[in-house]
Design a protein around this ligand. Structure first.
Ligand code: FE2
Length: 328
């Protein structure tokens, strides 16, 4: 069983030890206006957790499934949200007398994409409301080869949507507006080596909005330029690493526009490109359960006393024995 609660979504998933996804239940915190409030998102998780957990347990008893371990995303993420998942997982581990497994949320996004896209050793672009990173596997670890130095790409679009009066998550609204746009406005596009910065773009867009620049043109520009930036960084990492596969994961993997731009770049570079399935793109418990299943044969369990949340857990610190042991 896998528990996810790092940000806006509380989810419970089930995977067999062979990695087959059996169940993926979740509830996502949204707002009518304004952004994500960590404490309120955590309150949402506290409210929905009992029913989701109960449904998952009923599914197990109906199908006569035994839970052998509880995996939980302990970070990175928002402290108050992470604690709800951690408390739920500890309680389940004690009640069912099964071990706990600590899962890094970013590793889960990468591994679920690797499973379903059937890529072996891809350059992974992970883009969501909370993260923007290009990750490769090197020297026995996942390593961030390029990332945002300030806000994430999803956050850029969410905050811009908030300026327009939309609630959370606002990125889908901006993507929709952008589809009607044709004219690019002049906006800064800072790429620093293999790293990115989106906060300057956001400030410029807010300023232009207050000066009466057309909303559709601004949305179009933000989407086009930010997607071009992540595509460029992915291309740089692809070339520098010598790998020949690219995988796209995270909530923004649902954007057709981003898929199109990355697909074109990969075609030009002769690289295989694949995208995580839409229902597993955003945060979900199934990917946590799946990584739990990857860890299980290595008995990578943790004690309850060690199950503290890790809001800033870097991917480089994570052990990935399923890749190092079999060199796959
Ligand atoms: Fe995520």
């Amino acid at each position: 069983m896998g528990i996810e609660s790092t940000a806006h979504t509380f989810g419970v998933g089930l995977s067999t030890l062979e990695g087959e996804i059996l169940l993926n239940l979740s509830s996502t915190y949204t707002t009518k206006e304004g952004g994500i409030h960590p404490r309120e998102a955590a309150r949402h998780h506290v409210e929905v957790a009992p029913e989701i957990v109960r449904d998952a347990l009923s599914f197990c008893s109906e199908k006569k499934l035994n839970i052998c371990s509880v995996a939980v995303a302990l970070g990175p993420g928002l402290g108050p949200c992470l604690r709800v998942g951690a408390v739920t997982a500890r309680a389940l581990s004690l009640k069912l007398s099964v071990p706990l497994i600590a899962v890094n949320h970013a590793v889960a996004h990468i591994e679920i994409a690797r499973k379903f896209t059937q890529t072996k050793d891809p350059v992974t672009l992970y883009v969501s409301g909370g993260n923007t990173a290009v990750v490769i596997f090197a020297a026995g670890r996942y390593v961030v080869a390029g990332e945002t130095l300030d806000i994430s790409l999803g956050n850029l679009l969410d905050v811009f949507a908030r300026e327009l009066g939309y609630g959370y998550p606002g990125a889908p609204k901006v993507l929709e507006l952008a589809q009607k746009g044709k004219k690019l406005v002049d906006i800064p596009m800072p790429i620093k080596g293999q790293d990115l910065s989106f906060s300057g773009m956001l400030t410029a867009a807010k300023r232009m909005l207050s000066k009466g620049v057309d909303v559709v043109d601004l949305a179009y520009t933000l989407v086009e330029e930010s997607f071009a930036m992540v595509t460029e960084v992915t291309e740089r990492v692809l070339v520098a690493s010598g790998k020949d596969e690219v995988s796209l994961t995270g909530g923004l993997a649902r954007s057709k526009k981003l898929v199109e731009m990355l697909g074109k770049m990969c075609e030009e570079r002769g690289a295989k490109f694949s995208v995580v399935p839409g229902d597993l793109a955003g945060d979900n418990g199934a990917m946590i359960a799946y990584v739990g299943a990857l860890y299980y044969p290595f008995k990578s369990f943790i004690e309850i006393e060690e199950s503290f949340v890790r809001p800033r857990w870097r991917i480089e610190e994570v052990k990935v024995p399923w890749r190092t042991s079999f060199s796959v």
